[in-house]
Ligand binder design. Structure first.
Ligand code: NAD
Length: 332
């Protein structure tokens, strides 16, 4: 049965890459219908709401959202819409796979790792308190329930996908209580998965190890802030943010988005790389059981990347977003 999904177009490069991705999904024969909404900073300026009520209603109903990046003001203004969505729909598991592609040359080869980022708590609860004019406190929350479910998901994924190892990333040497709790829960849960190797690394060491020997990592699980930072680093290992997709999964809802932001520096120039959003859409198709269509798109993308004739500038090519998109459609 045709599945109706909700689509948020977002800011900056959001509308360009959304159009490209929807075109490819249609050309590949995805069994989908779309309810498409403008959301984000522009929508806020126009209608006073970041997300129109109808857009929320649509996601409430369809339970699956393909989302483009949204601009968030730094240091002032509204709370990040991404954080709001993750919290409102309890999208607790942020899954960010980084896999080397032979066609994209970087100093790193054979990277194949997946970051499982806890998505609902840690410093991202956004609780800050002005103590006096020179002092601000920010609250970091780590709970047993939220830690257990993301860590369990990481191990379950490892089993289901024949992965060998799960690494817990933390700073429990300094944050002995909060990250200490996360780490102790990790080793408790690891006992239930004797077939999967479990180890842990402090986050700063992890960053160094990722650029020295990224092949040692397989599945990585970590609290929210480290997950945000480490996964941008892992995107660098495979050729940049234009290539890093993600899913945000909860019990009842699922949201799929590129890891990158709205890239205001290149918005409207028709040079944005839509691959991260396209691969996020493939994760969505797989989530919906449309594996054949996802496979077809992944194969076409690989062919275009391998040929190297129609690459966007972030991959050292000269193609526009639209030319890259047409090249993929031609392969389908
Ligand atoms: P960014 O990810 O938007 O851009 C970082 C760099 O990567 C820029 O040079 C940009 O041109 C490049 N880049 C990003 N995506 C690309 C793509 N698809 N193709 C080619 N190049 C690409 O990060 P930023 O500049 O720090 O953030 C811009 C805005 O996006 C901020 O308001 C931030 O809050 C927001 N943001 C939103 C999300 C989201 O909606 N999920 C995620 C991260 C940042």
């Amino acid at each position: 049965m045709t599945k109706t999904i909700t689509v948020f177009k977002g800011d900056g490069i959001g509308p360009e890459i959304t159009d490209a991705v929807l075109k490819i999904l249609n050309a590949a024969g995805a069994d989908l219908e779309y309810e498409i909404f403008n959301v984000g900073a522009k929508e806020y300026e126009k209608n006073g709401k970041l997300i129109p009520d109808e857009a929320f209603t649509s996601f409430d109903k369809n339970k699956v959202l393909l989302k483009s990046p949204i601009t968030t003001p730094v240091g002032k203004g509204f709370r990040s819409l991404n954080v709001t969505l993750r919290k409102k729909y309890d999208l607790y598991a942020n899954i960010r796979p980084a896999k080397s592609n032979k066609a994209v040359k970087t100093p790193f080869e054979n990277v194949d790792l997946i970051v499982f980022r806890e998505n609902t708590e840690d410093l991202y609860v956004g609780v800050e308190e002005q103590i006096d004019e020179n002092t601000v406190h920010a609250t970091k929350i780590i709970t047993r329930a939220a830690s257990q479910r993301i860590i369990k998901d990481a191990f379950e994924y490892a089993v289901a996908h024949n992965r060998k190892k799960v690494t817990c990333v933390h700073k429990a040497n300094i944050l002995k209580m909060s990250d200490g709790l996360f780490l102790s829960i990790f080793y408790d849960i690891a006992k239930d998965y004797p077939q999967i190797q479990a180890d842990d690394k402090i986050v700063d060491n992890t960053c160094m190890q990722l650029v020295m020997n990224p092949q040692q990592f397989d599945i990585m699980v970590m609290p929210n802030l480290y997950g945000d930072i480490v996964s941008d680093l892992t995107s660098g290992l495979i050729g940049g943010l234009g290539l890093l997709p993600s899913s945000n999964l909860g019990k009842d809802y699922a949201m799929f988005e590129a890891v990158h932001g709205s890239a205001p520096d290149i918005a409207g120039k028709h040079i944005a790389n839509p691959t991260a959003l396209l691969w996020s859409a493939c994760m969505m198709l797989e989530y919906l059981g449309q594996n054949d269509v996802a496979g077809k798109i992944r194969k076409a993308v690989d062919e275009v990347l391998n040929e190297g004739k129609h690459l966007t500038p972030d991959l050292h090519g000269t193609a526009t977003t639209e030319e890259y998109c047409e090249a993929i459609i031609a392969k389908l």
